[in-house]
Design a protein around this ligand. Structure first.
Ligand SMILES: [Ca+2]
Ligand SMILES: [Ca+2]
Ligand SMILES: [Ca+2]
Length: 220
């Protein structure tokens, strides 16, 4: 009887250790999130469709937060005459730590303001943030890294981009985040994890004993 129990219990332990090992910052881009243009956009001209079908995915195609792009008609995102609303779907809930923004390098066309609103998986607003990004570098445009103060459990993000003279031009936007489910693996002392409310070792032992007992009953 003990052998089948061990066989069922050890994979559970191994799974817990694997979850601990995989808790790490993740770069969110076209590989794991989606972006679309929102209906509240007010721009009058989209210049984003050069080269037969270059799409809004150009916003999230940077392979890493450290990557650079040279500004040209196939790499940039250019909208004129009003605001651009971007709707991000992260597919699952993340705790955001850093925004990465690759702005255009000239004041006449760069993005001057971004209004972010953050929502959790049930579309409940969990935060908002206004960002005034710096001018990009040239000729290789690298990301400006902007620390985001702990919007937790974020799945959906609305970003409204504006330029002071009606022009919006930038290369990429990306986020560094960790899965919300990994929060307490990364930082067990985070108050969100309520360490003072954690079950005492004795309680844990009782819980495990109870689980083992349930397993015994199922198998007999
Ligand atoms: Ca791009
Ligand atoms: Ca400007
Ligand atoms: Ca500016």
């Amino acid at each position: 009887m003990q052998y089948p129990l061990a066989r069922s219990f050890f994979p559970l332990l191994l799974g817990l250790f694997a979850a601990q090992a995989s808790a790490a910052p993740i770069y969110l881009n076209v590989d794991n999130i989606t972006v679309a243009i929102g209906g509240n956009s007010t721009y009058t001209t989209s210049r984003n469709t050069f080269d037969n079908g270059q799409t809004i995915n150009k916003v999230i195609d940077a392979p890493s937060a450290d990557a650079s792009e040279v500004h040209n008609q196939t790499t940039h995102n250019w909208f004129s005459g009003g605001s651009l609303e971007l709707l991000f779907d992260f597919q699952q809930q993340y705790d955001l730590t850093t925004l990465h923004f690759w702005n255009y390098n000239g004041e006449a066309y760069d993005v001057d303001d971004i209004q972010f609103t953050f929502f959790d998986g049930s579309n409940t607003q969990v935060g908002s943030r206004s960002v005034s990004p710096a001018l990009g570098s040239t000729p290789n445009i690298f990301a400006e890294d902007i620390v985001l103060v702990a919007p937790l459990n974020v799945r959906y993000v609305t970003a409204v981009l504006t330029g002071s003279n009606g022009e919006i031009d930038f290369q990429n936007m990306g986020f560094t985040a960790s899965l919300s489910t990994d929060r307490c693996d990364i930082n067990p002392n985070d108050p969100v994890c309520n360490p003072t409310d954690a079950p005492a070792p004795g309680t844990l032992l009782l819980l495990i004993t109870g689980l083992l007992g349930a397993g015994l009953r199922i198998r007999t």
